[in-house]
Structure formats: C-alpha cells, structure tokens
Ligand binder design. Structure first.
Ligand SMILES: NC(=O)c1ccc[n+]([C@@H]2O[C@H](COP(=O)([O-])OP(=O)(O)OC[C@H]3O[C@@H](n4cnc5c(N)ncnc54)[C@H](OP(=O)(O)O)[C@@H]3O)[C@@H](O)[C@H]2O)c1
Length: 275
C-alpha cells in the first residue's frame, strides 16, 4: 500500500527502480545475494524499504516468518546500503511504543514494543541503526490510502453493507494518509535528514472516532457503536495510545503534516464516495 505511493512520489523527480516480491522486477529482501546483486547493478543513492511482514495478528503464530522479514530482511538491506554507501530509508511503525503515554510520542521517547509484529519491527529498526550508518527510520502510523488493505476502506465497506458496526473506542493513534507519508519520505531524503523521523498526519483519534468521521465524509448513515478493547479481543495486543508527534520533521525541515481529517477527506473523495 505505502510502496505504491512512494513510487508515485519519487518517480516524477528521481530515477526509480521498483522491486517487489512478485511482478515485473522481483526481489525478496531476505535474499542477501539477490539484494547485493541488485544494489551493485543499479547503484542507488537511496534505498527505500516499504516491504514488511504486516499481518499483526497472524504474526503471533508466525513468529519466525515475521522476524525473518522484519528483522533479517531489514538487516540485509541495511548491510547492502552500508556496503554500497547508499542511504537507507526504512519504514517503521508507531507500534514500537508501549502505548502507555497520554501525549503523542516524539522521536526521543524510548520504545517498548508489545506483541510479535511490534517486536519484529523494533528489531528491524535496531538492525538498520547497526548496519546502515547512513539511514532514516521513518515511523508512520494507522495508514490508509488507495491500493491496499486498510481500516478506513474496510469500515466503509462494512458500514455500507451492514449499516451497523461496533468499533474499539479505547485505542488512540494518528491516522496517516499514504500520500502524505510518501511525500514526507521524499522531502526527508532530498533535504538530507538522517536518523529517526516521525511522519504521521496530525491529531489524535480512536478507531471509533476514525470510523465515524470516515462514514460521515462518505455520506454513509451507519450506526457505529463504541466498544472497549476487552469486547473485541485480538490475538495480538495493541498499544492503547500510540499517537506520533513529528518533532523532527517540524523542527528540522519546517514541514507540517496536515490534520488526519483533511487527509481522510481527500482519500474518501478519491475513492469516489459521495457525500
Ligand atoms: N498499514 C499500517 O497501518 C502501518 C502502520 C504503521 C507502519 N506501517 C509500516 O509501513 C510499511 C508499509 O506498510 P503497508 O501497509 O504498505 O504494507 P503492505 O501493504 O502489507 O505491503 C508490504 C509489502 O511488503 C512486501 N513484502 C513482504 N515480504 C517481502 C519480502 N521478503 N521481500 C519483498 N517484499 C516483501 C509484500 O509483498 P506481498 O504482497 O508479496 O506479500 C507487500 O507488498 C511497513 O513497514 C509497515 O510495517 C504500516
């Protein structure tokens, strides 16, 4: 989902080699020899990694596979970047935080991941810091956008089909439009920023609040009942509060992301939803 928007954002301004696990130009990020060969052939200035094991609940039972992709795959890319002198921009997540805060997390705050997916992503961050001296770890959160499975699209589909939904109202975060995150990635690399950078939209809302606003924007009159996490048990634990604050983007680049509501309105409009 995010990868497609990164390609879109970078393509107009830079020469881009797009790889994926399947399709025209295949590259498995866990295949060290293939990654080294690809990097040697293309000699990129930047390597942008949006590939990951992203099935949060399934990861609880596919622990080895989650770590193989999110930790080992990140290490492979980091070593290739380190050896070739390329900058690695690696996408990470708000789930690296424990979720016990009550104010948005900025880049200086300590991580404390909970659950297999979160731990595997945090291990990936450590691999990138260890093996790629020239890196950006770009943390995004609660992604929505065209071309991928995401909460907003799922809610709109079910709200339309069923007319009534129950949605968790005691987990808070920062919904982020993939187009805005991709634009931030481009700006960060073009401006030569390094280190850990948060690139969420702004604002804080619960999944329930996000569902209500998405349906309002799409003109769907569904009944959306707030429920607690305890009423919607999932295999993987979720942080209760994982909102991000983009301190580095704002202070180092003067880049201010728009509120999640504005970005959501654009996404809903682009989906062709009627108000
Ligand atoms: N979605 C969110 O809400 C969210 C929130 C915070 C952070 N993030 C992070 O943002 C990034 C992008 O997420 P997304 O939602 O766009 O994910 P996505 O739609 O699930 O895309 C991940 C892509 O990675 C590919 N992939 C998996 N293993 C690979 C491998 N070994 N080699 C090459 N490609 C591989 C997948 O290919 P297949 O299609 O073949 O499986 C898929 O195309 C990830 O780092 C994720 O952790 C996402």
């Amino acid at each position: 989902m995010l990868g497609q928007r990164l390609v879109e954002a970078f393509s107009g301004r830079h020469e881009v080699l797009v790889t994926a696990r399947s399709g025209e130009r295949t590259l498995d990020i866990t295949d060290e020899a293939a990654v080294a060969e690809c990097v040697a052939a293309f000699q990129p200035d930047w390597i942008v990694n949006a590939a990951a094991y992203t099935a949060v609940d399934k990861a609880e039972t596919e622990v080895a596979e989650a770590f193989r992709i999110n930790e080992h795959g990140s290490a492979v890319l980091a070593r290739a970047a380190g050896a070739s002198g390329a900058v690695l921009l690696h996408v990470s997540t708000d789930f690296v935080f424990a979720g016990t805060a009550s104010q948005p997390y900025d880049e200086t705050q300590p991580v404390a991941p909970v659950g297999v997916y979160a731990c595997s992503k945090e291990a990936g961050e450590r691999a990138v810091r260890r093996f790629a001296p020239d890196h950006v770890i770009l943390r995004v959160a609660w992604l929505f956008g065209p071309g991928g499975k995401n909460f907003v699209d799922t809610i709109l589909k079910f709200a339309r089909e069923r007319g009534a939904l129950r949605v968790v109202a005691d987990q808070y975060g920062t919904p982020t439009f993939t187009r805005d995150a991709a634009e931030a990635a481009l700006r960060v690399l073009e401006r030569g920023l390094r280190g850990t950078v948060h690139a969420a939209n702004t604002g804080v809302v619960s999944w329930h609040g996000l569902a209500v606003e998405a349906c309002r924007l799409a003109g769907i009159a569904a009944v959306i009942t707030p429920i607690t996490t305890a009423e919607w048990p999932t295999p993987a634990p979720r942080p209760a509060y994982s909102a991000l604050r983009n301190r580095v983007l704002e202070e180092s680049l003067g880049m201010f992301q728009r509120p999640w509501q504005d970005a959501l309105a654009e996404h809903v409009a682009l989906r062709g939803e009627v108000k």
